[in-house]
Design a protein around this ligand. Sequence first.
Ligand code: ATP
Length: 422
Amino acid sequence: MTAKNMDHLVSLCKRRGFIFQSGEIYGGMQGMYDYGPLGVELKNNLKHSWWKSMIYENDNIEGLDASILSNPIVLKYSGHEDTFSDPMVDCRSCNARSRDDQLDGGKCPECGSSDLTEPRPFNLMFKTNVGPIDDGSSFAYLRPETAQQIFTNFKNVVDSSSKSLPFGIAQIGKAFRNEITPRNFIFRVREFEQMELEFFVEPGSDEEWHKKWVQKRLDWWEEQGIPADSIELYNVPDEELAHYSKGTVDIMYKFPHGLEELEGVANRTDFDLGSHTKNQDELNISANVMKNKSSNTRLAIQNIETKEWVVPYVIEPSAGVDRGVLAIMNEAYNVEDLGEGKERTVLKLKPHLSPVKAAVIPLKKNNEELVKIASDLKSKLQKLNLGRIILENTGNIGKGYRRHDEIGTPLCITIDFDSHRG
Ligand code: ATP
């Protein structure tokens, strides 16, 4: 079972402290959300599960945590300054702005009018001023994807970790996009987190690796509680491909509002490394890169046998943390009928993702002996590094179990008068 609609998830998230609207006490701000006490645990657990599956389980993948503020020149040569835009239209009747490619039947989603302006490109990158003088001469972008800092650090990582092909660099972090129409709760927001792997391979082996990574990512999502029958793969047609991609497979999930992208797995070819490289003419770069006279580094790797310099192709599985949280909560959401018109909500999360791993509940509130046993048990469990363990000293066992059903706690332990200190 999944949530019947988004409102049920939004309400559970607020009621139990998973996700709140950002700046809610001032009326909130569109496209921004804050993760509450349980949301931050769930999100961290999801990120940890990805990090473990990428880096700890693969000796040929290294991690990175790079800066969010990005030098504009990086985003110039990556192609984002010129092409990272969505087509925007204005409604002449009500002035609402919309994305042209998301209109239903060419009509304004606010008032239904067909009197719309011609679409024009709207660049999605946020700019911010750098340094004390705000005259527009010195600015940085908030990165629109985490990938670019992986490419610009390619040589640093290769030189410091002696890698040969195939190998990957992985990163989790915030990305920012000035979405024209943020909507559907945390599905489309302006500030979000990505989990991105750039996997560098020999040119020619890229298509095979692309297929492998799509399968690996499907397997991983299944381990997080998203079954294959809630997923559809979408082979992005040529005319919809991003400027850097030779082929992209979108992993589409049946969100409460419809089938939409959870993760994209792109074959970025040698476009990015090629674009950021100096002396491009000396290398055999296949992509149509921007001629670069500013870079001082050759982003290539030497083939140990042939001694030839190769600009690797890149396979990029790029997943949204927030869309992941939404999909996982949706799959886990269950309402159980208790008869006599009563029901309870149970969040059936995979235990490794649960915000609270165990609740220890003394039968009687403030009973010295019971609380002492519970507190000792909590400390012991906490030392196992399983995650968060909670001592619930409320004396209301029924309420405690209901709360922990609703937040997906796999284990509740009642301490009663027969319990002994171990
Ligand atoms: P969409 O077509 O839905 O706008 P995209 O194709 O632009 O997404 P990518 O550039 O492939 O997205 O980004 C990789 C991942 O980052 C997406 O699969 C998604 O999970 C996440 N993502 C992208 N934009 C947003 C956003 N505005 N809010 C939340 N997550 C996002």
